[in-house]
Design a protein around this ligand. Structure first.
Ligand code: EPU
Length: 358
């Protein structure tokens, strides 16, 4: 059965690179742009009923698309809607995340101010439980409304049904199943003050102790400054930001594996050297991917080709202007192999790969 796609915009053999922050990847057989939830659902149903592979694109800030492109239907989510009622915020999936953060700060509401400057769309935030500077969306999200492709219906999942963890969720675990339509957050009215500042680097930059609150606008501006210094705020003129932010997640090791890793670090780098270690609960420790990459010899700006490590942060792989996806993947594989060889830890990519793998 084929359905009418109604007012959905349809393009054929459409370039996808301009829709990604890497500016990489070949074309899609078909590119649809949906501006309402009904259009999103109609487009997804049509692809599923005809057995066509589907690629959902939000802000394109976490996507690595193969040079040959995507043989199927790419669906751009361009829905709009920001509703603030009291301390409740509801966002359509296609809303620009960083603009929504700015709105809540202006409205005097706390809870997502440290997530300012993160590229991408609101609908992408629950998928990988976006986080930065001590905040994660999972601590303010109360509900996510999704189209469930398996059941063929729209459902609303409560926070505890989303299986949120570090850069992970039920949606990421089952990527073919859910398309996010709207996200609801419960924020805090703390009289114009931020949530308690948790991240040491942010507290230092704000001149307060961890746990203190600061005026909301100060928190947002400080985070934007810190991010910009690391090339983590989009700027078309700056190739350090032609990236997907962090390319690797921070490894979480069991205490036993962490002890072995620590011994390896001392053996290799000297007795006085301690790797970064943050408690991650349940007898586990999180260490820093950026540190591992740096200490394995891949320092800022590493590389001679068109794909290189950012000059501002070792965790971002970047397109210097004329890279291909293969150039990027070659660099990523070199980094993974180098870190594994140096420290016995295998880095895992954070961005989603389409029609390619690491
Ligand atoms: N470091 C280096 N070299 C560098 C940069 C950092 O050795 O060039 C080491 C330092 O020891 C530093 C540590 O890495 O203390 C951590 O660096 P940073 O505070 O910048 O945080 P991160 O772990 O690299 C994470 C998130 C970012 C988020 C920042 C701030 C992940 C994968 N990344 O980065 O999120 O903005 O913390 O909270 O969890 C993203 O996910 O795309 C992203 C940008």
């Amino acid at each position: 059965m084929s359905r009418s796609l109604g007012p959905v915009q349809v393009l054929h053999d459409a370039p996808l690179a301009p829709l990604t922050t890497f500016r990489l990847g070949g074309p899609a057989t078909r590119l649809l742009t949906a501006t309402t939830d009904a259009e999103v659902i109609a487009a997804v149903r049509e692809a599923d009923e005809s057995g066509t592979p589907l690629l959902v694109i939000g802000g394109g800030s976490n996507l690595v698309i193969g040079d040959k492109g995507f043989d199927g239907t790419a669906l751009r989510i361009a829905t709009r809607g920001v509703e603030l009622r009291g301390t409740t915020l509801e966002l359509a999936a296609g809303e620009v995340w960083t603009d929504a953060v700015a709105r809540t700060v202006e409205a005097g509401l706390a809870g997502i101010e440290c997530l300012a400057g993160i590229p991408g769309s609101a609908g992408a935030t629950p998928v990988q439980n976006v986080g930065a500077y001590g905040q994660e969306v999972s601590s303010t999200i109360t509900e996510v409304t999704v189209y469930d492709r398996r059941a063929g219906e729209t459902v609303t999942l409560a926070d505890e049904e989303c299986a949120f963890s570090y850069r992970h969720s039920r949606f990421k675990a089952d990527p073919e199943r859910y398309v996010v339509l709207r996200v609801r957050f419960e924020l805090e009215d703390a009289g114009g003050m931020s949530a308690p500042v948790k991240y040491a680097e942010a507290a230092r930059a704000l001149g307060v102790d961890p746990g203190d609150r600061v005026p909301l606008a100060d928190a947002r501006e400080t985070v934007l400054k810190l991010r910009a210094g690391k090339g983590m705020v989009l700027d078309a003129e700056d190739h350090d930001t032609w990236s997907a932010g962090s390319f690797f997640t921070n490894p979480i090791l069991t205490d036993e594996r962490f002890a072995a890793f620590r011994a390896r670090v001392r053996e290799r780098l000297g007795d006085g050297v301690e790797p970064p270690a943050y408690p991650a609960g349940q007898g586990r420790t999180k260490t820093s991917a950026a540190w591992l990459i740096d200490r394995a010899g891949f320092t800022k700006g590493y590389g001679t080709g068109p794909a290189r490590i950012s000059t501002k942060h070792t965790l971002a792989l970047t397109n210097r202007g004329d890279a291909t996806t293969e150039d990027l993947l070659a660099l990523a594989r070199e980094v993974v192999a180098g870190v594994r060889e140096a420290f016995g830890v295998t880095l895992v990519n954070e961005p989603v790969t389409v029609a390619v793998s690491l």
